[in-house]
Write a protein of this length. Structure first.
Length: 316
């Protein structure tokens, strides 16, 4: 019997063919002979405690003009699938939260969900990194403007950012004497009602914000350094950063070794660590990217590694 793999993702017709990591995962699964089934968030539902979905058979192609084909929709129980990849991009909003609860019900019915739904809920991508203080720069999580100001005065040069954004959205660098500090704090904290993160600025950002991909707790041998444009603080590719593949440093491998066992224990099979200089800044658990850039730079097949780890969890 063929392995049946579902995927929950953003509309496949709108993905960036040349960069999309989910495509790489789907190609790898199809290369193994697995059957693919496509879902978007609105296709998931619960009926009398059973996790169900409207799914469409999916075929993927390595063709920029026609990279997918969908069959007719049918309603199934998620327990009829062997595994589901949860690849919906952030933000982690209420609908994402509800989807994890439905997927968790599917897991109870015997479907392997990657990444594990409870871990998706528990592991905020910025807060989760703080479980490893030995790896992180000085930071503060608070909504108190007074405390945040004190942190800025202590360190002089800081990054302020929301806890629920992606792609470098609403990230601010603040230095001593910045006349915009008050309005930045008012905006990010909604006048003291929303918790944010303050982090000591890491000058090595000019050399890139490294994305280290972790497969079942083990790092891929190369990271993608996302280098900011001149005059820019953010290295995110979505903010215009330039990607450059690099071999992992000793410090990168140490950070991966510190974090890896916890990822494995939580069922976080495919994760992206963000490292600037010597410091871990975020742990991306929802929909890690950068597969395609690293594959292209070094002739890798990271998607095959991830799907191989899924197969191992399934005992296949």
């Amino acid at each position: 019997m063929k392995t049946r793999l579902g995927v929950v993702m953003d509309p496949i017709a709108r993905v960036n063919y040349t960069k999309d990591s989910t495509l790489a995962l789907l190609w790898a699964a199809q290369d193994r002979g697995w059957e693919l089934f496509y879902m978007e968030q609105q296709d998931l539902f619960l009926r009398d405690g059973s996790a169900r979905a409207s799914v469409r058979p999916l075929t993927v192609h390595r063709d920029a003009a026609r990279w997918f084909a969908l069959g007719e929709a049918a309603e199934i129980a998620l327990g009829e699938l062997d595994a589901v990849l949860m690849r919906k991009d952030p933000p982690f909003d209420s609908e994402f939260l509800y989807s994890t609860h439905i997927l968790e019900a599917g897991a109870r019915d015997g479907c392997l969900v990657v990444n594990e739904p409870r871990a998706l809920r528990d592991c905020n991508e910025k807060l989760f990194a703080t479980r490893f203080p030995q790896c992180c720069p000085p930071l503060l999580v608070s909504r108190d403007p007074v405390r945040l100001r004190e942190f800025q005065r202590e360190h002089g040069d800081v990054i302020l950012k929301p806890l629920d954004a992606m792609g470098g959205a609403a990230v601010f660098r603040v230095r001593n004497g910045d006349p915009n500090l008050s309005v930045i704090l008012e905006t990010l904290t909604a006048h003291g009602n929303t918790t944010i993160m303050a982090q000591r600025y890491i000058p090595q950002i000019v050399d890139g914000d490294k994305r280290i991909l972790m497969i079942d707790g083990e790092p891929v041998a190369y990271a993608l350094a996302r280098i900011p444009q001149p005059g820019e603080t953010r290295g995110n590719l979505a903010a215009g950063g330039r990607g450059e593949a690099r071999a992992l440093s000793e410090r990168d491998r140490w950070i991966a070794a510190e974090v890896g066992p916890e990822l494995r224990a939580r069922g976080l099979l495919f994760v992206g660590l963000d490292v600037i200089g010597d410091w871990l800044t975020e742990i991306n658990v929802t929909s890690p990217t950068c597969i395609r850039e690293l594959d292209k730079a070094h002739g890798l097949d990271i998607g095959a590694g991830v799907i191989g780890a899924v197969a191992a969890r399934l005992g296949r």
